[in-house]
Ligand binder design. Structure first.
Ligand code: ADP
Ligand code: ASP
Ligand code: MG
Length: 592
């Protein structure tokens, strides 16, 4: 008998009528011959209300008690949903996270799932029940209630679908599916029929709140096809599946993280281990760091800038104060009024001009780019928060995301690679003792790269565009781009990598532009180390473990970029092999 997991989000269970309508959907699925597990979120904005309530009592409530409180939201809705099913004359049993054996680690408010025992759920299903499972919660080894992080019910649903080997996982929500960007921000956003796991993972982690990013890690690891659809219509929605890179457009979606904050640690001694000392303290607090940019050092000191979620700023600054003391850095600055706009697309990995187009669109909207980081499948720019929506609109327009790509129909849902391996085979291959454990796929060394660095770049709208247009016109393939902020005297610096044999062409072109850079430098003596896997940015430990492994070898990190698929670091060429060996040793146990 086939098994289906249906998840209903907050708006889909916001009122008694909506709960009844969700219950009908579950009953219909059972009548069609499926065993049905229903995962529910707290009603409406209940989680927000509970957080408000807690803050009225204590503005920094203990995380354990927070989870005790927040889990009640889902407990209310499972009970009501089960009552609704009974009312229509069918059998249902509600279960909390603990009752269905969802074991997590003990990082309260952002716990990761370790194991799920399926026996009880299976028994209840076999006895003809619809099982109503509380989303977003679990229990640690000491029976403390934990929660998985905001939006975590999606992760509960996909995790249950994975371990139960479900035939389908349907996410019912308040929009018709996955759009090219948040349709509430841009009405011109277009709903997609299909999107790949990799793109959805990256978009979710960069602000597309329609799916919890960690649910996509599960889906990709365990090959769970997901359908995102509306609770309020019968429209088919969007499928999230595995799609080959060759069938992907350069940019398939755009996302905004409106509540971002930027921190710059100034005057960090430019020697091995310093970044590690700083980022380790953030990772210990499970703060996800993004857009890490290091100015190429002046007088043996560097400025390191990065972004974090704005609601973690207080905690992050505590970590930074310690880090500044330990490293002997000169100080730090921060900006809590910034937003991050990103574009994502699997096809951008082998296309030139994508970055330039994004910079050009922001320039013509008169928006200054404060920081830039790129990786194989995404480009992020940091802008002032007041310009966030305008920035999103500009890039959405520039890549014509409102228009369906011409070849989009060629890749049909039936061809999408869903379920090539049975879930149980995959679960067997991966660790059963830790479902959300880090999964690494490859560690590699690329030696034929060169680095180009422009120092003293005037911080004005449009400059990044001009630089990359000239470079692209000369046929140079630009890979990692990072642009820092907060430079000296209103200046920034831009570094990027190019193929070794194109470095001199690139330097020539830049020398002739007539822009007043203080310095144009380049080095072919670099090596790029890459660690690839699933969910690498949200597993904060990966970049940290890389920093540590390299620091222990006395190797200096020159550039870094991160995405959910890969963390790349650029180091000096002479250190390449030693760096590779250090990473292989560090990550030996995590490779699958
Ligand atoms: P639920 O309570 O059902 O989990 P969420 O509020 O978590 O619902 O997610 C749905 C919301 O995600 C939509 O209302 C929409 O505003 C927002 N969203 C953000 N990015 C996207 C996107 N790319 N596609 C669709 N919705 C998006
Ligand atoms: N109720 C939780 C939240 O609002 C979990 C979820 O809805 O996915 O974040
Ligand atoms: Mg959600």
């Amino acid at each position: 008998m086939s098994l289906i997991v249906q998840k209903f989000g907050g708006t889909s269970v916001a009122t008694p009528e909506k709960i009844q309508s969700a219950a009908r959907k579950a009953i219909r699925a059972q009548q069609e011959g499926n065993q049905v597990v229903v995962v529910v979120s707290a009603m409406g904005h209940e989680t927000d209300h509970l957080i408000d309530l807690a803050k009225q009592i204590n503005d920094e409530p203990p995380a354990r008690e927070m989870d005790m409180l927040l889990s009640t939201g889902e407990q209310v809705s499972v009970a009501l949903m089960a009552m609704a099913v009974h009312r229509f004359g069918y059998r249902a049993i509600s279960l909390t996270g603990a009752q269905m054996g969802i074991r997590t680690d003990n990082s309260f408010t952002k716990a990761r799932i370790k194991t799920i025992s399926t026996e009880r759920i299976r028994k209840l299903l076999d006895a003809g029940n619809i099982v109503i499972a509380a989303g977003f919660q679990g229990v640690d080894d000491d029976f403390n209630i934990t929660t998985l992080g905001r939006g975590g019910s999606d992760t509960t649903a996909v995790a249950l679908a994975a371990v139960l080997g479900a035939d389908a996982c349907e996410i019912y929500t308040d929009v018709d599916g996955v759009y090219t960007t948040d349709p509430r921000l841009l009405p011109e956003a277009r709903q997609m029929d299909l999107i790949s796991y990799d793109e959805m993972l990256e978009l979710a982690s960069l602000g597309a709140s329609v799916m919890h990013n960690r649910s996509i890690e599960f889906a990709k690891k365990f090959d769970v096809p997901i359908r995102v659809r509306s609770s309020f219509s019968d429209a088919p929605g969007s499928m999230i599946v595995s799609i080959p890179e060759s069938h992907s457009v350069p940019v398939s979606g755009a996302a905004l993280t409106r509540e971002e904050a930027r921190i710059t640690v100034q005057g960090v001694p430019d020697s091995p281990g310093m970044s590690y000392e700083i980022f380790r303290r953030l990772a210990d607090r499970k703060i996800t760091v993004d857009m890490i940019v290091q100015n190429i050092g002046m007088e043996d000191r560097a400025d390191i800038s990065f972004t974090i979620p704005n609601n973690e700023l207080k905690e992050a600054l505590r970590a930074i104060e310690e880090g500044v003391k330990v490293t002997g850095a000169t100080g730090y600055t921060y900006d809590d009024a910034v937003a991050k706009v990103s574009v994502v697309g699997l096809g951008m990995a082998n296309q030139t001009g994508v970055a330039e187009k994004m910079f050009a669109s922001l320039a013509s909207a008169g928006i200054n780019i404060q920081m830039i980081t790129t990786s194989e499948i995404k480009i992020s720019c940091l802008v002032q928060r007041s310009e966030a929506t305008a920035a999103l609109r500009a890039v959405h327009q520039a890549f014509s995301l409102h228009n369906k790509p011409v070849d989009a129909n060629e890749w049909r849902i039936g061809q999408a690679n869903a379920g090539t391996q049975s879930a149980s085979e995959i679960v067997d291959r991966l660790s059963k003792s830790n479902l959300e454990q880090l999964t690494l796929l490859d560690i590699s060394l690329l030696g034929d790269q060169a680095r180009v660095t422009l120092t003293g770049v005037p911080d004005t709208p449009g400059l990044a565009e001009k630089v990359f247009r000239e470079v692209a016109q000369a046929g140079v393939f630009v890979d990692m781009i990072i642009q820092s902020c907060d430079g000296y005297l209103g200046e920034t610096s831009i570094s990027f990598t190019v193929p070794e044999e194109q470095m001199s062409t690139c330097l020539d072109v830049l020398g002739k532009t007539g822009y007043n850079f203080r310095k144009i430098g380049g080095s072919t003596d670099i090596a790029k180390l890459s660690v690839s896997g699933i969910g690498l940015r949200s597993h904060t430990s990966v970049a940290i473990a890389m920093f540590k492994a390299l620091a222990d070898e006395g190797i200096n990190v020159l550039m870094i970029n991160t995405s959910e698929l890969r963390v790349n670091v650029v180091i000096e060429g002479k250190d390449g092999q030693r760096g590779l060996a250090a990473l292989q040793k560090t990550f030996a146990g995590a490779l699958v």
